[in-house]
Design a protein around this ligand. Structure first.
Ligand code: C2O
Ligand code: CU
Length: 483
């Protein structure tokens, strides 16, 4: 019997093409079946970098691949990322993938999710990029010094269909405490910094340099991915004369909107994706100014028009991003948990004002030493945890919904970060938030109460901590177990 239709492909090619068909049903991204794993390598080591322009000297820093910031890792949603990390520092380190929803073993928290990478050793991180967005990576070992000396970089996961723009840029903002000779001041772990607003510096850099001018064209539409990698500085950016719209917070899409009071607020570790339409008058002196939360305002850079105008009016291209596949919390069925932050300078005053009587405080560690002991300055539900904390203060059943009622009973603002999940910020001081935004790091003002909601769908032990590195090192952290 002869075949009516003679196959025109070989058996081997047939197997390959049917497999591609199967792959494309699980990974809805064209090309993903071929380029599924993207490989990068990072080497942490001492190096030198130019933070401030000549004639100042360059600066001894800790670098990934010899640079500050480290290389931008850029992949597409649905791809798998594999990063081999080599530790050529004189101390242990890890890499944490901030904001990424990944398996617990890849989260990079020393003693909790992995053995820290010893000097001279390597560790391979590998996970799927389920969410598109602006993320970043940094050590989770003695973060206040390792990040503070320059170990960080951007991790960009591109959308399947990015919004149309003329140009896209990543701006990593950092804040350094430099000496007269442009050296990084050695006073990491200073008790005054720890008990106040953290290590504030005197030099702000954009992508590792003191910035001067960023040239734009009149009418140009630019996507700016802002990442705050500073230990402690809270930025409140004003794009004078131009029209910025926020399209994503912490990598997660939000309904495009103008920043409240014209200020783009970025606490440590937070990210904002902006669409910036360059609408200032052609001869206007436009600048990016930090209206500075903790300080007096100062200019970060000029937005200078170059000769050519692109168009007279902003384009009408859509700005909205496609939402990521996040599980929607069931608010009616959610269990509620109170989390109260206390401690720090002048904290008791705020506790009294908020009607909280001296919470029962315990110290998790002794005084600061380099072995991961914390001084007990900040408290989460009365406990100051040390860096090696491993007992959970909350245990949540997997795939159930939870609302955390956060109370900042301190005299300082705190960006509070949860690992392994994104959560919706559902209310502030009892008032529902306008955008019900998804975040992984929620900014809390002094004496503020914030409710966040999420589905605990990712099993494992997850850090929950303030991202002001000095607060984290001084007790303001804890572990949430999802089981
Ligand atoms: Cu960006 Cu626990 O970290
Ligand atoms: Cu804090």
């Amino acid at each position: 019997m002869s075949l009516k239709y003679k196959p025109t492909v070989t058996r081997r090619a047939f197997v390959a093409s049917s497999l591609a068909g199967v792959m494309s049903t699980t990974l809805p991204f064209p090309g993903a079946a071929e380029a599924a794993t993207q490989r990068f390598s990072l080497r942490a080591a001492q190096g030198r970098t130019r933070l401030v322009p000549e004639p100042h000297p360059d600066t001894a820093a800790w670098c990934y691949n010899g640079k500050v910031p480290g290389p931008e890792i850029r992949i597409r949603q649905g791809e798998r990322l594999q990063v081999e990390v080599t530790n050529d520092l004189a101390e242990e380190t890890t890499v944490h993938w901030h904001g990424i929803r990944l398996p617990n073993a890849m989260d990079g928290v020393p003693h909790l999710t992995q053995v820290p990478i010893a000097p001279g050793d390597k560790f391979v991180y590998e996970f799927d990029a389920v969410d598109a967005g602006t993320f970043w990576y940094h050590p989770h070992q003695r973060s206040f010094e390792q990040i503070g000396r320059g170990l960080y970089g951007a991790l960009i996961v591109e959308e399947k269909e990015p919004p149309r723009v003329d140009r896209e840029v990543t701006w990593i903002l950092d804040d350094w405490r430099l000496t007269e000779s442009a050296a990084i001041s050695d006073d990491f772990g200073d008790l005054g910094d720890m008990s106040h607003g953290g290590r504030l510096g005197n030099t702000v850099t954009v992508n590792g340099n003191v910035a001067d001018t960023f040239s734009v064209k009149s009418g140009e539409r630019i996507r700016i991915r802002l990442i705050n990698t500073a230990n402690a500085r809270i930025f409140a950016l004003n794009f004078e004369g131009h029209a910025p719209r926020i399209i994503a917070l912490d990598g997660q899409p939000v309904e495009p909107h103008a920043p409240q009071d014209g200020l783009v607020l970025l606490g440590p570790a937070m990210r904002v994706d902006l669409i910036l339409d360059c609408t200032a008058a052609p001869n206007a002196k436009a600048q990016v100014v930090d209206r500075a939360y903790q300080d007096s305002p100062y200019r970060i850079l000029d937005l200078a028009y170059d000769e050519t105008a692109l168009r007279d009016a902003p384009p009408d291209w859509p700005m909205s991003l496609t939402p990521n596949p996040l599980p929607e919390p069931d608010l009616a069925a959610a269990s509620r948990h109170e989390v109260v932050f206390t401690g720090g300078m002048m904290g008791q005053m705020v506790e009294r004002q908020m009607g909280l009587s001296g919470s029962n405080r315990m110290m998790g560690g002794g005084m600061m030493g380099m072995q991961g002991k914390s001084p007990g300055i900040w408290f989460v539900n009365g406990v100051a945890a040390e860096e090696r904390v491993s007992d959970p203060f909350l245990t949540l059943a997997r795939d159930t919904s939870h609302i955390l009622e956060l109370t900042n009973a301190t005299a300082f603002a705190h960006p509070i970060h949860l690992h392994g999940h994104s959560f919706r910020v559902i209310s502030r001081n009892g008032v529902p938030t306008e955008h019900q935004e998804w975040q992984d790091t929620v900014f809390m003002s002094v004496a503020e109460r914030v409710e966040i909601a999420f589905v605990a769908d990712n099993p494992g032990d997850w850090m929950f901590h303030c991202h002001i590195a000095e607060h984290m090192a001084a007790g303001m952290m804890g572990v949430i177990r999802v089981t």
